[in-house]
Design a protein around this ligand. Structure first.
Ligand code: BG6
Length: 501
């Protein structure tokens, strides 16, 4: 995707609505800072924070400095900081206050005219879904959503876009009353990760993989996004979300699309997104009894995280003591098309698993049961191609080889590639890439409306299945374990096993 190099960002202002939140401090300001250090920002730019919190420009610059010091991949460079912070501004106001938006507009015009920025604006809605409607309407009413001729007004919508299909449609409708789809950038930060972007490069820049990338040669695919952390301070949000909405609807389905899509005929954003839609359109719906058979949900109980004893989910802050919110989900999914007919995609994600590790593993079929694979008691394992998304980014190809010695003893060995070793230097953070893409107007790594809604439709089928089963109880797994035994049983019922990560 993403040719890079030929993309000149136009002078612009990034306006962050909800700028007092964690995302701004932890991710957005550090990302902008790093883009600046890499010389990737436009010659003239500004960042305008907007939130209810009592702050002025100086206070916002302090927030930025603190965020960079704590969370940036590179530390504060004392020589460069003063130049950077001069571009940061803040306007105080609440989302329902029209005069605050009028003031925002006045300040934007002032800053833009001082810096020669021709009214190009990116509005980052770092706000809960319930505030999206108010924000876009205020932007519209203040005349901020209409870009002057020759400039742009783009909007970035953070996840979650909705709570289910219906609410996602409502949000998309509201946004569409004010912004054209081509100016709407729905962010999924997984798509900004270097290793996620390299999935298509791996598939379509190497001649050895694509001919095998189908049901003739692939037995199944496992996509795992495992987190060691619990819900931390986000219990209030997570109670309403759960693992299915929080991780599967967006990140995991996007990984699935990149793994399963047909080759796009160009890298144009619309073409790539059309091909991803091709996968979502073929995802077999899971409803009713299918949900019971092919989906496992569970919640972490007390256990260990590293050396520490940790509490169970129901004891976390802002979590109901009788909560039935799932913190783990495992799904056996199918993409019913020519390429993938009959190939299960096992998806799993959970919090408080033993480690942070995300990977996509392609399990190839075994060789015929002759020659070295003739002995049924000593199966030669099929090849596995594992793409490690994080944290140890790289890929491993598992192949069968002969152990040295007189007997033909076959064992699997790994051919390993590691990004960190192969390419010195750090990878940019996902938000760096994504913010820059919005400024240059490249939507390839963003979610189109139809994809968000198709993902919700699939996930809503599962949610309805859970509602219908009326289960008041859900399996528990000990914090620090690899999830409930039900998750193992689901995959083992088909004679397969979760990979050990
Ligand atoms: C977010 C989820 O979208 O992704 C979090 O809301 C989750 O619950 C996070 O922890 C994981 O992101 P990453 O980049 O740390 O894998």
């Amino acid at each position: 995707m993403h040719r890079g190099g030929d993309r000149e960002p136009a002078p612009s202002t990034i306006v962050i609505l909800g700028a007092a939140g964690d995302l701004t401090r932890r991710k957005l300001l550090p990302a902008i800072y790093n883009l600046g250090l890499d010389g990737l920002l436009p010659d003239a730019y500004a960042v305008m924070g907007f939130a209810r919190r009592e702050l002025d420009d100086a206070g916002f610059r302090d927030v930025a400095r603190d965020g960079v010091a704590r969370y940036s991949r590179r530390p504060v460079d004392e020589a460069k900081w003063p130049e950077f912070e001069k571009n940061l501004f803040y306007t105080r106001g609440s989302f329902d206050d029209a005069t605050a938006f009028a003031e925002l507009k006045r300040r934007l015009e002032e800053v833009e005219s001082e810096r020669g920025i021709p009214g190009n604006r990116v509005f980052y809605l770092s706000v809960p879904p319930s505030a999206i409607e108010t924000c876009v309407q205020q932007l519209h009413a203040a005349g901020l959503a209409d870009a002057p001729d020759g400039s742009f007004a783009r909007v970035i919508v953070e996840k979650p876009v909705g709570h289910d299909l219906e609410s996602a449609e409502e949000i998309n409708d509201v946004v569409a009353t004010v912004f054209d789809e081509e100016d709407v950038f729905r962010i999924d930060h997984y798509l900004g990760k270097e290793t996620v972007q390299s999935i298509l490069v791996l598939r379509f820049s190497n001649s050895i993989f694509e001919p095998l990338w189908n049901q003739k040669y692939i037995d199944h695919v496992q996509i795992t996004v495992s987190e060691e952390e619990g819900v931390g301070t986000r219990g209030g949000y997570y109670e309403e979300a759960g693992a299915l909405r929080d991780m599967v609807q967006n990140h995991i389905l996007q990984l699935l699309c990149l793994t399963a899509m047909d080759p796009p005929w160009s890298l144009d954003a619309e073409v790539v997104r059309d091909h991803k839609m091709g996968v979502l359109n073929c995802l077999r719906p899971l409803r009713g009894r299918e949900v019971e058979r092919h989906v496992v949900r569970a919640q972490y109980g007390p256990g260990r995280s590293g050396d520490e004893e940790v509490r169970g989910y129901r004891r976390e802050d802002r979590v109901r003591p009788e909560s039935t919110t799932e913190t783990y989900v495992a799904i056996q999914a199918y993409v019913d098309n020519w390429r993938w007919a009959g190939v299960p995609f096992y998806l799993r994600t959970g919090k408080r698993l033993p480690k942070r590790a995300s990977e996509i593993a392609i399990q190839f079929k075994g060789v015929p049961p002759v020659l070295f694979n003739a002995d049924p008691d000593r199966d030669v394992a099929g090849n596995v191609l594992a793409l490690r998304i994080q944290p140890d980014e790289g890929l491993t190809l598992q192949i069968a080889t002969k152990q040295p010695g007189p007997a033909a003893v076959i064992s699997p060995v790994d051919m390993d590639f590691n990004y960190g070793t192969a390419f010195a230097g750090q990878s940019p953070e996902a938000y760096e890439r994504l913010l820059l893409d919005v400024v240059v107007g490249d939507a390839s790594l963003f979610m189109r409306r139809d994809a968000v809604e198709a993902s919700w439709e699939w996930v809503t089928g599962i949610l309805e299945g859970w509602d219908a089963s009326g289960a008041r109880w859900l399996p528990e797994y000990a914090a620090g374990s690899w999830g409930p035994v039900e998750g193992d049983r689901m995959i083992e019922a088909e004679g397969r096993k979760w990979r050990a990560l």
